[in-house]
Write a protein that binds this ligand. Structure first.
Ligand code: URA
Length: 202
């Protein structure tokens, strides 16, 4: 992406989160036309290092990617919010709209992901306000009538539940693998106006 875009992002002061940030966390770009994981906002470690998902949540994300034969280099990992909210509070709708419209939406236009995987409720509801996580987890939704979005739990949520959700989380990642393995066939099958489960495709 254009250097000027990132220079502007680094000095962004469009909301009050700039007052308390250490770094703007731009996100990691994998291949264009690939898979893009979208998280909520940087936490403590991400703010210090200026990189997304480098703390415990990031460790779990890496581990889960390895269960489906992927590494962080194979995917893009971006947050909706680029600056850490104080005390890791949930970003407001206004912060999400301001930051998302300015940066994330443009990053997605550049990356043209074949699949967006949202991590947790907040990321899901950026694309689909009000959509419940529990009912829609692992089911494909469409954003802007084009890009398939698969919501899964946030790694921090899974970690908070100890090992109780390990199998369920693995099964969700297996769905991402299934999507990737079938991506070549999807072009003609994806019907943008409908929300569907993977079972409708394969
Ligand atoms: N949680 C997120 O949503 N994003 C990060 O980058 C780290 C933790």
């Amino acid at each position: 992406m254009d250097a000027e875009f990132h220079n502007q992002m680094k000095i962004c002061k469009k909301c009050s989160l700039h007052e308390t940030r250490t770094h703007v966390v731009r996100g990691d770009y994998g291949p264009v036309d690939g898979i893009c994981f979208v998280g909520e906002a940087p936490g403590f470690n991400e703010d210090i290092q200026g990189k997304p998902f480098v703390g415990k949540s990031g460790d779990l994300l890496n581990k889960m990617l390895s269960t489906i034969g992927l590494t962080r280099k194979d995917v893009s990992v971006i947050n909706i919010i680029k600056c850490r909210p104080p005390d890791n509070r949930t970003p407001t709708r206004k912060e999400m709209q301001t930051c998302g419209n300015l940066w994330l939406d443009k990053q997605l236009q550049f990356l043209k992901p074949k699949l967006i995987v949202t991590l947790g409720r907040v990321a899901l509801q950026y694309f689909f306000p009000g959509l419940a996580m529990t009912k829609n987890k692992g089911k494909i939704q469409f954003v802007n009538s084009k890009i398939p979005v698969m919501p899964i739990f946030h790694p921090a949520y899974v970690l908070r539940n100890g090992h109780a959700m390990d199998d369920e989380y693995k099964a969700d990642f297996a769905k991402i693998r299934k999507f990737i393995d079938n991506i070549g066939d999807l072009g003609s099958v994806l019907t943008p106006s409908k929300n569907a489960t993977l079972d409708d495709f394969f």
